[in-house]
Design a protein around this ligand. Structure first.
Ligand code: ADP
Length: 462
């Protein structure tokens, strides 16, 4: 497995290598081709211009050739690689480079041929002869044959020029390659470093170090997102752990007191200090019942808190729900002589029926528990635009103002209800809050001591 840094560096290098290679190859090809065809054209033009210059060297008045000048032009052309032979109209040689200096012609032609065969063996070149008529006005005054290496030939200087050009292209390629190596390395390190650091942090989180955070920014949007997600993860895990610890502490605390009492009572009866009367046994049994209830509540709460997202939502008629739940409390209501009124609009909210039934049950159960005999309970369902609202109001014992904010906490019971036999474990409202929050709704409590309480639940309709 290769490191990210090495992979990025390698990828960048390969791309640049390929690009530089293709550009060098193409430019080399194009430059050489263009230069060769330019030379071929140049050489044809040169031969024509030699012919034109020679044509002007015939004096039609004296009917003589300016041999000296022709000699000059011919020798000059020879040095450039053109072998000139001038003939008069009757075919007699006026001037011939080969006649003049055979060895020099041989040497120059041999050199050109050798150079071209060595450097351009595929060009398929060879010596070609071109004939031009020399004329003055309309009159032909002779002809010239010009021989040179075709379709083109390059001098030592031309080759040097091409070599320099190729060398420049190659060095540009080499410099780009080095540059890409440097850029690739820097870029690779810059991308890889925060990823490696994030991976390290994730490992630490996995080991249980939830307090760790990635500090600073990475200069890359996606990496910043990753870092943010990891930091959030650490935060969420930290919170979860705190909750778990707190729950364990709360549960231990809640269970210890009743179990100690129960243990002491049973011990006293076993040791014969206490007579096991039916009343005392019933007391113990009730304590066990309460503990069983508490454990059931706890199970419900953890189920809701851990599956907060698994809601099976469907339209729920809040008014119908209130009536159904109230019917379950018929016995208690009758026993305490309470008056319960249910009124309002048949509002539908989009919610998990069983969970909402639990909410209404808990609120109504509290209202029944904390209302004196012959008290009144009022349930009102209202349509509030985007939300359906249910109010559960009683004229019971009420909640002190300073405790109002705490009653939704797990295991919280007001001092008043603690002393009462009726009080539960203080989990009912925590369950209500969890369910309502999971639905994206809100729950609020208003209360006045000794006057009564009102709980308002608001749930979204869609
Ligand atoms: P519990 O099981 O003790 O009723 P809850 O979480 O349902 O636990 O309620 C927490 C506390 O809030 C209760 O112990 C009680 O002191 C207070 N409370 C809840 N509802 C009412 C109410 N309708 N009237 C007065 N006090 C209430």
């Amino acid at each position: 497995m290769r490191s990210l840094r090495a992979q990025i560096s390698l990828a960048i290098m390969l791309v640049v290598l390929f690009t530089v290679g293709v550009i060098s190859f193409l430019s080399n090809l194009v430059v050489n081709r263009a230069f060769e065809s330019y030379m071929a054209k140049q050489q044809r033009t040169k031969a024509e211009s030699i012919a034109a210059t020679l044509g002007g060297q015939y004096d039609s008045r004296t009917r003589a050739w300016n041999i000296e000048y022709i000699h000059g032009v011919g020798m000059y052309a020879l040095l450039d690689g053109y072998i000139v032979k001038v003939l008069d109209p009757s075919g007699h040689t006026v001037w011939d480079a080969e006649n003049h200096d055979m060895s020099m012609c041989m040497q120059i032609m041999h050199e050109i041929a050798r150079r071209m065969e060595a450097r351009r063996p595929k060009a398929g070149g060879g010596f070609v002869s071109h004939e031009y008529t020399l004329s003055q006005g309309d009159q032909a005054v002779g002809s010239v044959s010009i021989r040179y290496y075709g379709p083109y030939f390059l001098s030592e200087n031309d080759f040097r020029f091409l070599d320099t050009l190729n060398a420049v292209l190659i060095s540009v390629g080499a410099v780009s390659l080095l540059f890409s190596l440097a850029v690739g390395t820097v870029l690779g390190r810059r991308i890889a470093r925060p990823i490696a650091k994030t991976a390290d942090i994730a490992k630490q989180i996995a080991r249980g170090n939830y307090a760790i955070r990635f500090e600073g920014q990475t200069k890359t949007k996606e990496l910043d997102d990753l870092v943010l997600a990891i930091n959030h993860l650490a935060g969420a895990l930290f919170e979860q752990e705190q909750l778990r610890k707190q729950l364990a502490i709360d549960v231990a605390h809640e269970l210890r007191t009743p179990l100690t009492t129960l243990g002491m009572h049973l011990e006293a009866m076993i040791e014969g200090v206490w007579e096991p009367t039916p009343e005392r046994l019933t007391g113990c049994y009730e304590e066990i019942e309460r503990l069983t209830g508490l454990i059931a509540d706890l199970e419900r709460l953890t189920a809701i808190e851990s599956d907060a997202l698994k809601l099976h939502k469907a339209p729920v008629n809040l008014l119908d729900m209130a009536q159904t739940v109230a019917s379950h409390f018929e016995m208690e209501i009758k026993k305490k002589g309470l008056t319960v009124s249910i009124a309002g609009d048949p509002v539908h909210v989009f919610a998990d029926r069983d969970r909402i039934s639990q909410v209404v049950t808990n609120l109504l159960s509290n209202a029944v528990k904390y209302t004196r005999e012959n008290g009144n309970i009022r349930i009102a369902v209202k349509d509030a635009g985007a939300n359906g609202v249910m109010e559960v109001e009683d004229d019971g014992i009420g909640i002190p103002r300073r405790e109002l904010a705490l009653i939704f906490e797990r295991f919280y019971r007001t001092d008043k209800s603690r002393n009462r036999e009726t009080g539960g474990a203080g989990i009912g409202l925590a369950i209500v809050k969890s369910i309502v929050t999971a639905h994206g709704g809100t729950v609020e409590a208003q209360s006045r001591l000794e006057r009564g309480s009102r709980f308002t639940v608001s749930l979204p309709k869609r």
